[in-house]
Design a protein around this ligand. Structure first.
Ligand code: CMX
Length: 481
């Protein structure tokens, strides 16, 4: 069995014991009072879910087993373990540019989320190898029934529907579903095939995303779908994802990127997929995966459901809205010199028209999203690359102007940028212009946290999730007392 699986197995007894003692001795301790308002208001703020990998603080943002993004960047193994230069800087950077933050691999994040502690370099490398062995055992490609099913779909189908179909067909290989059906598995052991399925699913994501993107490209150019790049057993997960999208030297290099841009695109992918992996348990994709999995649906079916939720415009699709907004703002401002006051006028016009400024505000956060800060830093560390991109410059300027406007407007609880304010436009810069596809990249990342949690849901033996509902009459009666 893999190093990471042994580390999960080693962590289980202590955590199980802690959970059992909570169940046995403290089950009656109240956490929150449910109100009519919270039942009708999307359960906002109600502490009603159990989630191990991440916590979200309004002031500090996301913590991965207690580690902030900056701490993850400092502590989690990065591409140096693959023999790549760590914090490579781009030639042509001005002396006062920020230096690039150290990169970490999403594989390191997966280890952290699964086991609860940062991996050593050797342990992180073992995750890359584990994922690659899974694909090698499939002959270096998607299982044939998965590609056949995906190729049979209409080419103009929503990219997230294509991904969802691919994830669902992968279910044919579920070790959990097979073991459960054979009835050989004790409840205490459910986590082990769940873990194996999670690894198979995550390993296949770059190939699934590549398959979807090749269809998207074919649709855009009126050609037949062609593989955009080569999967390689000696490369890491994010690199292979970038190759299969056609953005590395091992690909068709569909946007004609320079070698340095290809390197930076991979760095952006590692950053993006590393920090979007999890955002506590209540968001739609995480919560859905957990809910569907609680019925003992296998990880493929559970995460396909979660990914379907991610496709909603209020969740994973928001990044696309920001890109659209920046494009239209840029068009309106045209050749004019963009000044803060001009931008501020545009924002006021939007707000007076009753619209929201996309990429700003958050249901939980009350400060700038640290994920936004990490993405901004990525751009600011590469002035030679991004200095001349009017959309990226507009994004940066907006992040200085919009909070003051929103504060003066006085409506929203958080005038600061969220991660979507920056993420889409950076991919857009390198040529990912198919807005509906952004969510597929998000879905590659978001698999890590919810699937790690699903392994723990089974390790803890959590029950099926089944809250009670109330109808309007009951609510009115309860409200009257
Ligand atoms: N621009 C203008 N008005 C805004 C606003 C924004 N960016 N964000 C919030 N408001 C308004 C709300 O519409 C609401 O108005 P009403 O009182 O008229 O209904 C008021 O401020 C209070 O809202 P809130 O409590 O601050 O925010 P919510 O928790 O209700 O909503 C969110 C959060 C993200 C949906 C909202 O801020 C928004 O619509 N932002 C723009 C879209 C966006 O960036 N979405 C990405 C979210 C990223 C993520 O979830 O990770």
């Amino acid at each position: 069995s893999s190093q990471m699986k042994r580390a999960v197995a080693a962590a289980i007894p202590e955590k199980r014991a802690a959970l059992q003692s909570l169940r046995r001795d403290h089950a009656a301790v109240p956490l929150d009072t449910l109100t009519v308002g919270s039942v009708l208001g999307g359960m906002r703020g109600a502490r009603a879910l159990f989630w191990g990998g991440t916590t979200l603080s309004p002031e500090q943002g996301i913590r991965f087993h207690g580690l902030s993004i900056e701490q993850c960047q400092a502590q989690l193994p990065g591409p140096e373990i693959l023999g790549e230069g760590a914090g490579e800087s781009s030639p042509g950077e001005s002396a006062d540019a920020l230096s690039p933050s150290p990169q970490f691999l999403p594989e390191s994040m997966l280890w952290l989320l699964m086991t609860g502690r940062p991996p050593s370099p050797a342990e992180a490398l073992s995750v890359t190898r584990l994922l690659n062995e899974r694909i090698e055992s499939q002959g270096g490609a998607l299982p044939p029934e998965v590609s056949r099913a995906m190729r049979a779909l209409p080419r103009d189908l929503h990219p997230m529907t294509q991904l969802s179909v691919g994830l669902s067909v992968l279910q044919r290989n579920s070790q959990f579903a097979r073991a459960y059906e054979q009835g050989k598995l004790g409840k205490a052991d459910y986590w082990a095939p769940t873990y194996e399925d999670a690894i198979t699913l995550i390993a296949n994501l770059p190939l699934l995303a590549g398959e979807v993107y090749s269809t998207v490209q074919a649709q855009a150019t009126g050609t037949t779908p062609q593989p955009l790049g080569q999967w390689r057993a000696d490369r890491d997960w994010s690199y292979n994802l970038c190759s299969l999208l056609g953005y590395t030297a091992d690909s068709a290099n569909i946007r004609g990127l320079t070698a340095e841009q290809q390197r930076d695109f991979v760095a952006l992918m590692r950053l993006y997929t590393g920090i979007h992996a999890d955002h506590e348990g209540g968001n739609v994709s995480a919560h859905t995966t957990h809910l569907v999995g609680s019925a003992l649906a296998d990880p493929f079916l559970a995460y396909a459901a979660g990914a379907n939720g991610l496709a909603g415009p209020l969740h994973g699709l928001a990044a696309q809205e920001v890109v659209r907004f920046l494009e239209s703002l840029q068009r309106q401002l045209g050749g004019e010199k963009v000044t803060d006051s001009l931008l501020s006028d545009q924002l006021w016009a939007l707000l007076r028209a009753g619209q929201v400024i996309p990429g700003y505000g958050h249901a939980v956060l009350r400060r700038a999203d640290p994920r936004f800060t990490a993405m901004l830093r990525f751009a600011q560390a590469r002035p030679a690359e991004f200095g001349a991109d009017p959309h990226v410059q507009l994004m940066v300027r907006l992040s200085r102007v919009a909070p003051a406007v929103l504060r003066e407007h006085g409506r929203c609880n958080n005038p600061h940028p969220n991660v979507d304010a920056a993420s889409g436009i950076l991919f857009h810069h390198y040529g990912v212009r198919e807005l509906l596809f952004f969510t597929v990249i998000f879905a590659c990342s978001r698999a890590l946290g919810p699937l790690a949690q699903l392994v723990w849901d089974r390790a803890y033996g959590l029950p099926i999730e089944r809250p009670k509902s109330v109808d309007l009459g009951q609510l009115m009666k309860l409200a009257r007392g």
